[in-house]
Design a protein around this ligand. Sequence first.
Ligand code: SIN
Length: 485
Amino acid sequence: MQNLNDAQLLKTHSYINGQWHQSEAQIDVTNPVNDAVVASVSNAGIKETELAVQAAKAAMPMWSAKSANERAGLLRTWFNLMMQNQDDLGRILTVEQGKPLAEAKGEIGYGAAFIEWFAEEGKRVYGDTIPAPSGDKRIVVIKQPVGVVAAITPWNFPNAMIARKAAAALAAGCTFVVRPATQTPLSALAMAELAERAGIPAGVFNVVVGDDARGMGRVLTEHKDVAKFTFTGSTPVGKALISQSASTVKKVSMELGGNAPFIVFDDADIDAAVAGAMVSKYRNAGQTCVCTNRIFVQRGVLEKFTEKYVAEVAALNVGDGLNDGVQIGPMISAGAAQDVDKLVADSISQGAQVALGGKRGEQGANYYQPTVLTNVTNDMAIACNEIFGPVSPIIAFDDEDEVIALANDTEYGLAAYFYSRDIGRIWRVAEGLEYGMVGINEGLISNAAAPFGGVKQSGNGREGSKYGLDDYLEIKYLCMGGLGK
Ligand code: SIN
């Protein structure tokens, strides 16, 4: 990979106990633009994952004994280094993941913001005192780190999904082992390089890269020395990992799939709704768990919204994310583009109409055209499954109760969005939607200060915000007796 200001950020071995672990077997990391190999990374496996857990366990007493202020100082330095290297980290991310450079740099800022946030929040892990049932006793509650945290993170946010988990874990006093997606290990390894430069001690933050997903996953979910397991990815994989974690009764937090409704009511500001739908749908070429999956438009504004929306989507600039002005990059793989194509073809066979796009992109095997489908119904496969691609299905509706029922008619419950200017409706709909996060006249809801997470089969636990530390802390109740005269 060329054009990095600091070539030392390009690391190709797992980072375990402060050491870079070379192995003979290699994994090729490819650029989704053209599938060209950009780096080869040591292929770690079960043995290295076990070593990483042992290192994290050994580092636990030292790290948890540090004061919150000391940990905050180290995290703050890590944050500063990430921001100082935002250009290089963004470039690495674009080349391995495909999202446009501006968006990739945005992800670095987003990921770093969690480190900054939790550096501060770690200083506010307050306990409690509770009035005791008798005068000779006192009840005190303290919070302590859960222990070693293991994580598996996805390819769609190679930096931010690690930062969001690791920052909370480290701030709480836990040590951390992550297995990043094999498609995008370079961002994770660059984060390890910067953690080391920040002075985060050996064993506290470990990255194991390997293609034995099953074997490494088993170590991370079943190891008796791992106290908590956290995952971001699909619901089916999340379910399997939850059941593996049950064997040692681990604490788990899961950020799983979504099927976000985006509802436009007759009284909405249509220009704002179009802008909100664009950002919520086409971020990362539609490859985020909170991306709009179904656009519900009330019949009175159906034509107006569709016309304006199609014009905006048609103007999107598709190409290599390193080129200036590109807004939509390739999808992660040809297989992913093919899956989207199947959903589109199925909808067309069921009566959907193509208002725009509807085909694989001409830029290369991994591209899919930004697409708008009209005449879609909520029972089509495209409305029931997570599309994870740049396709907008538009579904017409008549009234509020109907659209709430349609929006909730899914096993998912991550993010939902709606546009209305009627204050009564805003409260009714916000409370009626069975989702963990609701954007009201807003299409971009993710930030470090807000609790990110879902209900139903979209997962459990919250990441970011003041709630984000809870998953990394145990509550301990101290009962002090014998205090009477
Ligand atoms: C995700 O797609 O899993 C995360 C998206 C976000 O943090 O906004």
